[in-house]
Structure formats: structure tokens, C-alpha cells
Design a protein around this ligand. Sequence first.
Ligand code: NAD
Length: 547
Amino acid sequence: MNPALTLGRNEEELISYDPATGAEVGRIQIDSPGDVRAVLARSRQAFGMWKTTSFSERRRLVMKAREAILAEIDGIAKLISSESGKPFGEAIAMEIAPVLDLMQYFARNGEKMLRPAKIGIGLYALLGRTSKIVYHPLGVVAIIPAWNYPFSIPLGEAVMSVMAGNTVVIKPSELTPMTGLKIGEIFAKAGLPQDVVQIVTGAGETGAALVEAAPDKIMFTGSVATGKKISAAAARNLTSVVLELGGKDPMIVFEDANLELAAGAAVWGAFCNSGQSCSSVERLYVQESVADRLTKMIVEKTRELKQGPGDLEDVSIGAMSSERQMQIVEDHVEAFREAGAKIEIGGKRNAEIPLRSAGGDRERNFRRPLFYQPTVISGATNDMRAMREETFGPTLPIATFKTEEEAITLANDSEFGLTASVWTRDYSKGRRVAERIEAGSVCVNEVLYTHGIGQTPWGGFKNSGRGRTHGHAGLMELVQPQHMHVNRIAILPDAWWMPYSPVAVETFRGFAKYFASGSLRKTAILLPQLQKRIRELLKGKEDGTRS
Ligand code: NAD
């Protein structure tokens, strides 16, 4: 089989190819399960030291890693582009810039976000008690990402992990291993101590070995099928897992929306990264009265897009990442055709892009580049198979609705719930509809980009995932909270201690009736009974001392 069209590997090596040209980007050894276990053991060893470092030291190193990225920003963008097929500019806009922002945010705010926090404990405070939460790191965090944002997703999760005091092992996707290695290189350049962030390379088996090696947390990004396998394997060691899975994200456009803006958003939301974003617009629902106008605008905007190798700066749509992904897109477009939907533009591989030589003795038997034309489809309905399965390609199927209620029902009619967007000039309607959409992030008059806001939680409803990355909620996934409870006036026994007695039982009844009401006024009724009980306990103690 043509190695450029699939994962390139032999017994010991993983070979990374540029999907736009077939050129080899690099090759790297496949780590065996034994190698992975050794890496994990070193990571655990390093954790003992790393968890004691100060926040200011962690901040300094993460900020140095930012500088290392900025120093070679074009080289990194080129590497991302060559391994994934996405345009060079998009690698900067959608991967490097957002992760740099995330890095400065968690470097500067990590300490404040993880500062011990006092908790209100209601009437227990009257007994002289205080409670606070102290956040402890977990240990070794395993990060297993997909190939579509091979730099920003694992790097962002690694930064959050190390700021919280964890060590990290990343297993990059087999399609983008060189970008994964680059992340390790950046931390090394920044001076991060050895073994705090390590990279293991290989395909699914290497990922499975990492799960088997029992890290303390798994941050997984990928398909629902693999997410289920990882959850099952992780359960054997009770390892907790955050799952960032697929999407079939809806965009709802009401007739009062700014159609020009909505059309531009739909084109970008559906076609950036060749539609290979988990939060891509995969279903567009437009109100019937403006459906023709909006479709026409979208088709016109699509016609203007240049497709080609990602290193050209005026290219908007690059190559697909793999032949496997390409075939899913072909299958779905065919399914739309057969079901009676209309292909307005696109609908096939783009064979017109001149094939560049991969060059030298590394040239592979590369037959055709992996470009699929951006494709707009009208007349789609929810009973079509391709409106239900994740496509993950440059397709934009358009369906219509009549009423607000129908739009909500259609949008929620999916096993997925990652992101969604609502377009209207009526902001109260926008918020009303957004609140009823079953998705982890919902935008009003915006689309797709919220993964780029590291300050906000990211994750899915339904089969789109479990747990969160980013924001405060994401940071909480990477720590274990310890409740520290202090009795500041430890001079009397607690009324609920042993030995029990009829007086004790009467006091417990009072607790249930008065204290547990949360009302100070009611609890005051309990005071005489409480005093009686404490006297009883103290007397018992005295008796015990005497005898
Ligand atoms: P995938 O599930 O095939 O692979 C993801 C990762 O898991 C890869 O690194 C792979 O090597 C590894 N892996 C495979 N089998 C494994 C196993 N048994 N044990 C451990 N690791 C294993 O997914 P993909 O094709 O790389 O990514 C595409 C999917 O990712 C899409 O569904 C997309 O929506 C999703 N995604 C989701 C988000 C999100 O934030 N929700 C972001 C990006 C991508």
C-alpha cells in the first residue's frame, strides 16, 4: 500500500509524511510497552522533585517555553503544516497564538487559582471549626491527543499539568509525531528539569501501553471508539480519564441574523483545517425564508477559496490529514447524493493541485495528494446518515427549519454535544435558544473558536466527552483537592462521640431537627440539650479518671 496515504511504519519506526506532497517529514522509533513503562517510572521519580517546586519557578519555566516558541514560530508553523496539511497561517492563528495565550494565562494565574481556599461551613463555624481546600498535584498525567491540533492541544494540557505540579508523558498521534517531539524539545530548551515532560512515540499500541502503565490521570482527545477502549482499560487501574471526543456541531441561522456575517462564519467554521476540527460546523440549520439567500452567499464565498499545499500563504484550504479521513468524506458526500441532497459546489477530490516533487531519495510512491474540495450541500435532512455521523472534512450540509422550537429540536437530535452556534440580531432570543442546546460550548453570533480561549472550560455533553480541559474546571481535573478541617477550640469533646446514651440520642434528635435546619434561631433551642450532653461526656471522663 502507498505509505504516503496511510500511517507510515515498519517494525521499529514511525514515518511521518506530508499529506500535501507525500514527502517524508521525519521518522522516529516506536516505543515498546517496556520503553513506555520505563518512561512512566522516570516520570514518577521526577514528580517527587517537581511537586516541591515553587509556583514562581514553574511560571518562569513556562514563560521561557513561550519565548522558545516565539523564537522559532515560523519553523514550528511549517512543521505543523507539513505534518497535518493545514495552511501555515492557520497553524499560527489556530494553534500557536491560542496556546501562547493559554501559557501566559496559566503561568501568571496558576498560583492564584490553586491557592488554598476557605470554605463556608455554616453553623459548624460556631463550634470553632474552619475548613479550607488545599490542592495537591496528581502525579503523572498521560496526554494522548489526536492529530488535528497536534501542537496546541497536547502543549496546552501539558502546561496546565506542570503548573499544577504534575509530571507529563505525551503520546502524540502517529500522524503527527514530529510535532509531538517538538513539544518536548521546547520544554528542554526552556530548561525544564529532565523527565518532567517526556514524549513516547507510536500508534495505538503505544497509547494502550501508556494507559496500562497506570498513570495518575489520562487526558485523551480522539474518537468515541478509542475513548471507550481507553475508559475500559483505565478502569482496571481506577485511573481517571478526561475524554475530549467527536462532534457534529450545529449552526442555527435565524432570518433576522446578519446573513453576510453568518455566511462568512459558516465557511470558516466548516472549512478551516479542512473541516478536521472537533468543533467544525457539520450541520447548518437556516430559517426557511432566508435559506436560498444564505446558501447562495456561502457558495459564492466558497468559490473564492484557494486550495493547495499549506506552505503557500494565500492558501485557505490545505490537504486532509490521511487517506482514511478522505474516504470518510467521500462516503458521506456520496451518502448525501444518494439521499437526494444537492451538491452546490465541490463534491470530489481536488485533482487539479499540481503535485510537487517530494525530492531526493526520500521521495515516496505518492500517487495523489489528499485534497478534497470544500463542499456545500443543500437539501440535507436529519434522517440522512451523513447528518448523524461525524464527517471531519470540508463539507457543509444545509438544512432548513420553520420555527425556533424546530431549530432547537433539530440541533439537539444528535448523539454528540460539543459546540453549537446561534445567529440572530435578537440577543435575548440568542441566549434563550443557546441555553436549550445540549452542548458544552454554545456561541451566539460566533463560531468554532472557543477552544482558543484557554480561560474557559472546554468539553462536551453526551458522546462528545467527559470532564473538561481549559479554564478553572480544566485545572481542577489536574489536582486532587484536600479538605483541611481545623477545630480551633479543641477543649471539649464532641457531642457525637462515644459513649452513647439516652441523653446522646436526644441530642442527636435535636441536631436533626434544629442544627440541620441551618437556622441559627432554631439551633439556639438546642443549646441546653447540648450542654447537658457535654456535661455527661465530661462526667464520664472524670468517673473514668477516678476509677
Ligand atoms: P483516534 O481515536 O483514532 O486517536 C486518538 C489518539 O489515540 C491517537 O494518539 C492514537 O494513537 C491513540 N490511540 C488509538 N488507539 C488507542 C488505544 N487503544 N489506547 C490508547 N491510545 C490509543 O482519533 P483521531 O483520528 O486521532 O482524532 C479524530 C477524533 O478526535 C475526531 O473524532 C475528533 O472530533 C476528535 N477530537 C476531539 C477534540 C475535542 O476537544 N473534543 C479535539 C480534537 C479532536
